[in-house]
Each structure stands twice: as C-alpha cells, then as structure tokens.
Design a protein around this ligand. Structure first.
Ligand SMILES: [Zn+2]
Length: 93
C-alpha cells in the first residue's frame, strides 16, 4: 500500500449521510436521485437513502407515498435509529 497516502482526504473517515456512523464512505448515486451520497458499507449494502433525500423525493417530488412506484415504496431509508422502507417511514403501512 505504498501508493496510499495517509493524508489523502478521500481516505478519512466521515459521518455516513444516511445513518451517521463515522466510517470510510462509498460515494455514488442512488437509483432515481441525480446526486451523489456518501454512505457507510452497511448503508451501501442496503442501498439506503439518506432521510433528507427520502423525504424530499416522497413528500415534495412525488407529493406523498401514495403516488410512489412500488420500487420506491420498497426502498430503504434510515429514520428514528433504524432502517425502514419508504412505505414504513412515510405512513403507507
Ligand atoms: Zn450508514
């Protein structure tokens, strides 16, 4: 690992945008959302959306969970300390 610099800011641990855990993050874009997020390994594996994105897309872009496609209702966010589907998080249960 001689080519990895310990002062490289890309290698620093930061707070996960979805669950808040301090970890090395994976930066990528999520389906349906044209922006990048920084998620920890667990949130990346769950394909979890940061809550502010989940809320913005559900309540403002879609005007409520009832208007969401099934794939969005089944997608995961992190709210109140646990992973939840959009349907759970936004009341369509
Ligand atoms: Zn996370």
């Amino acid at each position: 690992m001689d080519n990895v610099r310990s002062d490289d800011p890309m290698l620093n641990e930061r707070a996960c945008e979805t669950c808040g855990k301090v970890a090395r993050l994976f930066v990528y874009s999520l389906p349906g959302i044209p922006m990048s997020v920084g998620n920890c390994k667990t949130c990346t594996e769950k394909c979890a959306y940061p809550y502010y994105i989940a809320e913005g897309n559900t309540n403002y872009c879609l005007d409520g969970i009832d208007n969401a496609a099934d794939w969005w209702k089944e997608s995961v966010t992190y709210k109140d300390g646990r992973y939840q589907t959009m349907a759970e998080a936004f009341g369509d249960v």
